[in-house]
Design a protein around this ligand. Structure first.
Ligand code: GLV
Length: 322
């Protein structure tokens, strides 16, 4: 029997790659940079299985160019905003993602950013390297306390809840806003305005959808406390970066810490990079060795299941199964 044609769009960790190499002879894009759109079209023509990451835009045009034999799209990510899921559903193609295995790593990253912004770690580190540390001082680089402060979590899915769990250990009061999410880890459900009015820290954990696009806009920021710190480990598109720049520049809010931006990478001329009170790191939410291994394995398992006509272990559009 002939092998199904598969394209893997990035060099994923060996755990997932080994599984695929055992079963198939995948064509793997091994450059450090992702394939250009032209290359992606060229490489995927006639394939039955696509394993992609969030750097590849998988839209209806690409699906049509691949052809009707495409059986499965598996993304090594939990977010699937880079994939036109409804176009895949219309074509009967299951789309797989990798939830669960990255929950702790992403919650850790949100908490690391929260602490870094609260205690001004990157700014303090720049201070030392610039040779400005001349003495201990009672008022040098003072930050914010976590104990007793209120954390507002916007989006209370797996990752939002894991952040609440961590906040309990730091003696924080936790509020959340999320349609239909049940309370967990001592967090209290409130409407968004109450959350913004009462929170000293606001952490964003919603997927990027039409509904959440630029949710964090000038109006949202204007409702936050002047001492508030914003953390975004969700998607850059959830936030209006010009409005955030204005809010940070005018000290309308105290600080922000961003794991994600729009676009990525953030252009070096972005005004956000000129601000001392804005931390920006290059989309590292799930970037621990073990987590990326587990993500690659799950993405590989989704791909194998789809190629065999079996139900994907994690499918974002189960409607395709009728
Ligand atoms: C990372 O951002 C992911 O969606 O997995």
């Amino acid at each position: 029997m002939s092998q199904p044609k598969i394209f893997i769009s990035r060099l994923i960790p060996s755990l997932g790659l080994t599984l695929l190499n055992e079963h198939f002879q995948p064509d793997t894009w091994s450059n450090e940079m992702p394939p250009t759109r032209e290359k992606l079209f060229e490489k995927t023509k006639g394939i039955e299985g696509l394993l992609c990451t969030l750097t590849e835009k998988v839209d209806a045009d690409l699906m049509d160019s691949i052809g009707p034999q495409l059986k499965v799209i598996s993304s090594m990510s939990v977010g699937v905003d880079h994939i036109d899921v409804s176009a895949a559903t219309q074509r009967g193609i299951p789309v797989g993602n990798t939830p669960g295995v990255l929950t702790d790593a992403t919650a850790d990253q949100a908490f690391a950013l929260l602490l870094a912004a609260a205690r001004r770690i990157p700014e303090a580190e720049r201070f030392v390297r610039a040779g400005k540390w001349v003495t201990w001082s009672p008022s040098l680089l003072l930050g914010a306390d976590l104990a007793g402060a209120t954390l507002g979590i916007v989006g209370f899915g797996r990752i939002g809840q894991a952040v609440a769990k961590r906040a309990q250990g730091f003696d924080m009061r936790v509020l959340y806003h999320s349609p239909n999410a049940k309370p967990a880890y001592g967090a209290t459900s409130v409407d968004l305005d109450t959350l913004l009015k009462e929170s000293d820290f606001v952490s964003i954990h919603v997927p990027l959808t039409e509904r959440t696009k630029q949710l964090v806009n000038a109006d949202f920021l204007s409702k936050m406390k002047p001492n508030a710190i914003l953390v975004n480990t969700a998607r850059g598109g959830v936030l209006d970066q010009s409005a955030l720049y204005e809010a940070l520049r005018s000290n309308r809010i105290q600080a922000a810490a961003l794991d994600v931006t729009d676009p990525e990478p953030l252009p070096m001329e972005s005004p956000l990079l000129s601000l001392e009170n804005c931390i920006i790191v290059p989309h590292l939410g799930s970037a621990s060795k073990k987590t990326r291994d587990m993500m690659s394995l799950l993405a590989a398992k989704n791909l194998v299941a789809g190629l065999r006509g079996e139900r994907l272990p994690h499918c974002v559009n189960p409607q395709v199964y009728g």
